[in-house]
Design a protein. Structure first.
Length: 646
């Protein structure tokens, strides 16, 4: 069905209604989307473009309503891919994207003068429009005023105020969604010339008796400190430092509890499953391998909880403003920092966030640096290795040493990402002009519990989905590689193995497995870093997903000592060569592993998204190549230096 069909006929023919949410960043658009759709939302891409689309659904008066949350924009005259998508969605002449039947436009009541020019452009498109007036409660709290009925008459379209958390006003909005064809429309459309738009805006504000809100003195006093070039930067670093202390101190007992559950499940398998192969598959591959990754779920939940709280209070916008000064020194802008900050969750949304950058060269430079930001996939690897390197009880003054090491890794990743962007920005041609950076600074607010909860839930759900779809498959394959070919009793006895000793049998099978052959094959590459063939297996497996490294080591340890894999991991020794019998996980080797995972691009999903964003395999190949060389070189340097110091 063509998108050229009239909006009313389209909705009637398919029996449902398609609405699109339009608004500037920080206007409450996404909060409204979450309130309307709840958990009934999905993500995808627009046909022919890589910009993400977010759709949800709700039921109103026995009618299905599909709501689409468009990217935030300040204008329908696009300067970035995100803004271009908004313009295309509202243009019925673009066949590749379905035109919505009606629009919900969010206007921030505290900054109405800045919001109305966007509304004027939207009204020019001729679609049914309903204005959702957000933050009216804050407008009144700060001494401002607006007459909603007068505003509706001045605009000629419905205006519904919706305050965060107000179920009554949200119910009024839901009721108004039933029949967009019956929404009033302006008798005369707003002008198109910029000077005339300003006059139209002034006229609308006068007609609605709009009183500009007072400056939020509380926000101004806080910003005087948090946006200070010196004190603000120090507070930002201190906030991030405490951030990682909390991840370790709070999550540790929760992690122990999850580990205890999987240990109990493993003991049940060992006790009641008589077949050794089935017992090994269930206990080592499924429960042991997957459980060794799921045990880090508390850290993942805490990470996203803290990020969501910082974003909900309005602090992350301040962090982007602070970092704009630093980004300018590497030839980028604050929007690039927002993309890099998104990579703390995962490099994929970070790379996708580069669409907001107007300059193509800035997009490529930021894209090359984004995978160096410490994503949540690295978190299980870091927690495991830091636990091998530093005891939980070791402290630096009042701070736990493990949290200090974690902070250093995150800081190193951020500095490396900006340094890489600096280099790529200057490759090929002269530095172009830096585009002006514009970002709304929302007033400080208490974060909404529902929004925070949804953010944490989505993160945990995505983590568990990866465990189920990728890590589960990889761990089963690894278990087969670790246990094949089948070793006969005769061959083990001939090798002098006590076949009554389960640990000795497991060690012999492991040493003669296909996985061991694979690990030995790449040993010349990684031996200078202190990695043996068992670590090499984990490094190769982590190409599918970084967390798989943890599952691999868990399976290797379980194969070495099925009764106590955690202790077996710490007590692993080198099995051959001149250092045979010495501990495997020495400080130089663990430090080299940490640095290797800091820099290596061990994520096929990221490579795939980079291919999709750039339109070729050239840049993903460059990214994988330079990051592997950087990872190997920095890991070798770390192994050498730490070895000399210890």
């Amino acid at each position: 069905m063509s998108s050229h069909c009239g909006p009313v006929a389209t909705a009637a023919e398919i029996g449902d209604l398609r609405l699109a949410l339009v608004g500037s960043p920080n206007s409450g658009k996404t909060t409204l989307f979450n309130a309307l759709t709840g958990l009934r939302s999905k993500t995808g891409n627009y046909p022919g473009v890589t910009v993400a689309r977010y759709e949800g659904s709700l039921r109103v008066a026995d009618r299905d309503v599909i709501v689409e949350d468009l990217p935030g924009t300040y204008s329908l005259e696009p300067i970035s891919p995100d803004e271009l998508v908004v313009a295309d969605v509202l243009d019925p002449d673009v066949d590749a994207i379905q035109t919505p039947d009606a629009l919900l436009v969010t206007l921030d009541a505290t900054s109405l003068r800045r919001s109305l020019p966007l509304l004027a452009q939207v009204l020019q498109r001729g679609l049914p429009v309903c204005v959702v007036l957000t933050f009216r409660d804050e407008l009144i709290r700060r001494g401002g005023w607006i007459d909603v009925a007068s505003l509706q008459r001045a605009l000629g379209v419905p205006v519904i105020p919706v305050a965060a958390g107000s179920r009554t006003e949200l119910a009024d909005l839901r009721t108004g969604l039933v029949d967009p064809a019956g929404w009033p429309r302006p008798m005369i459309l707003p002008p198109t010339e910029s000077e005339q738009v300003r006059s139209w805006t002034d006229s609308v504000l006068r007609s609605s008796h709009y009183r500009v809100p007072d400056v939020d003195h509380r926000t101004r006093r806080i910003d005087a400190v948090l946006l200070h070039p010196v004190w603000g930067t120090l507070i930002f670093l201190a906030t991030m430092f405490c951030f990682f202390q909390v991840i370790f101190t709070v999550a540790a007992p929760l992690q122990d509890g999850v580990q205890a559950i999987f240990d109990w499940l493993g003991s049940l398998v060992a006790q009641y499953v008589g077949n050794s192969w089935l017992s090994g598959l269930l206990g080592q591959a499924l429960i042991g391998g997957v459980g060794s990754v799921v045990v880090f779920l508390p850290q993942i939940a805490l990470l996203f909880l803290l990020i969501s709280l910082l974003e909900g209070t309005g602090y992350l916008s301040r962090a982007a403003f602070l970092m704009d000064r630093l980004m300018a020194k590497v030839g980028l802008e604050g929007r690039a920092f927002v993309a890099l900050l998104s990579s703390l969750a995962c490099a994929i949304p970070g790379i996708m966030a580069t669409r907001s950058l107007p300059s193509a060269k800035d997009r490529f430079a930021t894209m090359m640096g984004a995978p160096l930001m410490t994503c949540s996939a690295r978190l299980p690897v870091y927690v495991l290795l830091i636990g091998l390197l530093v005891d939980r009880d070791v402290r630096f003054g009042p701070f736990g040493a493990q949290g200090v090491v974690m902070f250093a890794l995150y800081l190193g990743g951020a500095l490396s990402a900006m340094g890489t962007a600096f280099v790529f920005k200057r490759i090929g041609s002269r530095r172009g002009p830096v585009m002006p950076f514009y970002m709304e600074m929302p007033s400080y607010r208490l974060p909404r519990l529902r929004t925070v909860g949804l953010s944490v839930w989505d993160a945990c759900k995505g983590f568990l989905r990866k465990v189920g779809r990728i890590i589960l498959v990889v761990t089963v394959i690894l278990w087969l590689l670790l246990n094949l070919p089948v070793q006969s009793i005769a061959s083990m006895k001939a090798a002098g193995v006590n076949t009554n000793d389960e640990a000795a049998v497991s060690a012999y099978v492991l040493d003669h497995s296909y996985a061991a052959d694979l690990g030995h094959a790449v040993e010349p590459v990684f031996a200078p870093l202190g990695f043996d063939w068992r670590i090499n297996i984990g490094v190769l497996a982590s190409l599918s997903a970084r967390e798989t490294f943890v599952a691999t080591l868990g399976q290797v340890a379980a194969a070495t000592d099925p009764e106590d894999p955690s202790t077996a991991l710490k007590k692993m020794t080198i099995t051959d060569g001149p250092d045979q019998g010495k501990p495997l996980f020495t400080p130089p080797t663990v430090a080299a592993l940490l640095v290797f995972f800091l820099y290596a691009l061990q994520c096929m999903s990221t490579i795939g998204v980079m291919r999709r964003e750039t339109g070729s395999w050239k840049w993903p190949a460059i990214a994988f190549g330079y990051m592997f060389v950087l990872a190997w070189g920095m890991a070798f340097l770390t192994h050498t230096v730490v070895g000399a110091l210890t």
